[in-house]
Design a protein around this ligand. Structure first.
Ligand code: PLP
Length: 395
């Protein structure tokens, strides 16, 4: 948790503050400005920094470079668009048809591709989910086996950004082994929010990450892709990154991604995970005693992450709740405000078949390992303040 003077930042699923090593690096000012494609020494320095960071990222996730490509892009929106739309575009050029399988709770950068993929002649099918947002694998396998298309591609969101519910990778592996579908994993919310965030399942086809979710800069991310995953690059130009993503590379973005990952590996210890879980439980106890068990979305899912609570305050709209928390210095978010701030029903709560009257009342609280820096007194004050706000809306 970032304590900004007098406020508590609890919106880590939206973005995180810069990691300490990234801040130190920016303060030092030794910036890698040279174009890594340039042949003089400064260019070579940028190139070697990118190559070293790339090796570090491969090693961190235990992915063998022989099997996987790694390319950098802007945020995960671009990475995921490349993998999905890039596959759709390649198939379109080859006169082939793909069935894409999305969860209705996937991020907008997935579900909003539907119209463009349909325009290329592909079909987009929404996967069956239960009331927590877990994929119902048996039903999905049946659906995939019952259709005849040239290829099936599943977008698998590992951790849901709104609810923290985990769809485990071994379930995805089983679906792949039964259906031969390609599975790309939206891994954006994994680093720092689940104990096994580095353990990628190498049976799956691709993984996308976004650096600003774990202490890196905004506008940089990376994807691992297996050689066998068939797609066309989305960004066409000078052929950088083995043509996987053209455009002048971003050495500072890449290097700060490495720095943020190094900090995370050092800091996200099992001791801190336990402390995060403890705090999560304490918040949940207060929510349950005020609004009941049903007010926490996905509470009974098989697996949840360590940092996210999505809960419903039945008597008010989320935008008002957000204001009330904000006035007390607690920054939380809701999935039910559009960019203008207007209160609209949450797409995710609607997909989870939550009573329509409550879909404007969801509040998301998401913290990080930084919460462990809070003293016991501060923690008590925070919990008391939180409880006092909840009690204002108790019926
Ligand atoms: N996927 C998930 C699960 C996310 O939470 C986000 C960002 O909120 C994205 C994809 C897109 O990442 P970015 O905004 O960095 O492009």
């Amino acid at each position: 948790m970032e304590k900004l003077t007098s406020s508590y930042y609890f919106d880590y699923n939206a973005t995180s503050p810069l990691s300490p090593s990234v801040e130190d690096y920016l303060e030092r000012g030794d910036f890698l400005f040279a174009n890594p494609s340039s042949q003089y020494q400064l260019g070579k320095k940028s190139r070697s920094i990118i190559n070293n960071s790339k090796d570090f990222i491969f090693n961190t996730f235990g992915i063998d470079e022989k099997f996987s490509q790694l390319f950098f892009h802007s945020g995960a929106t671009e990475g995921i668009n490349t993998l999905l739309f890039g596959a759709g575009f390649k198939a379109f050029k080859e006169n082939k048809k793909i069935s894409f399988y999305f969860s209705p709770t996937d991020h907008a950068c997935v579900v909003n591709l539907k119209d463009n993929l349909s325009a290329l002649g592909h079909e987009v099918i929404f996967m069956p989910i239960n009331s927590h947002g877990e994929i119902i694998s048996k039903e999905l396998i049946k659906i995939i086996k019952g259709r005849s298309t040239d290829r099936s591609i599943i977008n698998w969101t590992w951790l849901n950004n709104e609810t923290g519910v985990v769809n485990a990778l071994d379930v995805a592996e089983k679906i792949k082994s039964e259906t031969k579908a390609d599975i790309i994993v939206d891994a954006v919310q994994a680093p720092g929010k689940i104990a096994d965030w580095k353990e990628l399942n190498d049976k799956l086809d691709a993984y996308s990450f976004s650096s600003h979710k774990f202490g890196g800069l905004k506008g940089i991310g990376f994807s691992f892709v297996k050689d066998s995953y068939d797609y066309s690059p989305l960004i066409i130009g000078g052929g950088q990154q083995n043509k996987l993503r053209s455009g002048t590379e971003n050495p500072m973005g890449v290097y700060t991604t490495e720095l943020a990952l190094r900090d995370l590996i050092k800091e996200f210890s099992s001791e801190k995970i336990n402390k995060m879980l403890e705090l999560k439980k304490e918040f949940e106890k207060l929510i349950i005693s005020t609004f009941g068990k049903d007010s926490i979305v996905g509470l009974n899912a098989s697996k949840r992450n360590v940092n996210t609570i999505n809960f419903i305050i039945p008597s008010i709209k989320a935008t008002l709740a957000l204001m009330a928390f904000d006035l007390e210095g607690i920054q939380v978010s809701s999935g039910s405000a559009c960019s203008s701030g207007a209160n609209i029903p949450s797409r995710i709560l609607t997909a989870l078949k939550i009573d329509e009257k409550l879909t404007r009342s969801g509040v998301r609280l998401s913290f990080s390992k930084d919460v462990c820096a809070v003293s016991p007194e501060e923690k008590q004050q925070l919990l008391s303040k939180f409880e006092e706000i909840l009690n204002r809306y108790k019926k």
